[in-house]
Design a binder for this molecule. Structure first.
Ligand SMILES: [Zn+2]
Length: 64
């Protein structure tokens, strides 16, 4: 099995710090408590949507 890890942000390419893509036993990820506006998903390519997590930095930047 060779599942690509969901560790990088599709917008900036940095680590997204999302534990949902790495190890769920680490606990609840920061993104679980955040709301992601629909518009931010419009920035992603279709194959990245729901596969790669946006990092907190990009989310905050988008909201500002
Ligand atoms: Zn990012």
């Amino acid at each position: 099995m060779n599942i690509p890890l969901n560790t990088t942000c599709p917008l900036c390419g940095k680590s997204n710090n999302c534990c949902n893509g790495i190890d769920k036993s680490r606990g609840i990820c920061w993104c679980t408590n955040e709301t992601f506006p629909q518009e931010i998903f419009d920035l992603l390519s279709e194959e990245d949507i729901r596969k790669k997590c946006i990092c907190q930095e990009c989310l905050l930047q988008f909201k500002n």
